[in-house]
Design a protein around this ligand. Sequence first.
Ligand code: GLP
Length: 240
Amino acid sequence: MAEVVIVGDSGAAGALVAEAIVSLIEERPDAVLGLATGSTPLPVYDALAARSQGLDLSQVRGFALDEYVGLPAGHPESYRSVITREVVEPLGLAPERIRVPNGAAETIQHAGADYEAAIQAAGGVDLQILGIGTDGHIGFNEPGSSFASLTRVKTLTEQTRRDNARFFDSIDDVPMHCITQGLGTILRARHLVLLAFGAGKAAAIAAALEGPLSANLPGSAVQLHPRATVVLDEAAASEL
Ligand code: GLP
């Protein structure tokens, strides 16, 4: 059973999770962080940047959850660009120590296996930050994803493309495919920290934490993890 923490607002959640990350890095300077994109984890990265003075982040490694397939290199909404902008630069991390799945079409055949090998070579993820989609996806594991799945190419649902259209000029510009760590990959991380804010996430959170374990509810995979912490505001917790 996941530990659920309800906080006043996303700022408080960010401070709480940043503190857990600081403790991890103090204990293990070469900690491996699992990084999520989307708006939800931004308060964590902000709080970590504010807290990072005097903290040696030079040996920290990171693996992003997912990436769009086929966006031109350097596209501002590729998750490589987002992670660079929101995490690598504000925290002054070494860019080569932060990996994002490679969504380039030419190498996509082996990109999943390459990514799995890189995570394993790093010794696995110590702390995985997660958001959740309104359809219950984590990473880009849309409903129907196997709990045993590893990093692979998936097709985005219409709902996710609509949700993410706000980052693009129009929904037609949102890629159809993505490459994402699988639920099996995510479950191998030693600590999962799932965050959600706002009433729009309440149904997905209730289904993930209290619904049946189901491939149709990818977030329900967190119920299988021995160490999962879920940090919510009141609105996201309102259907629990
Ligand atoms: C995106 C990402 C997920 C993220 C989710 C929620 O599509 N691939 O990793 O958790 O959707 O996004 P947001 O935090 O912006 O609500």
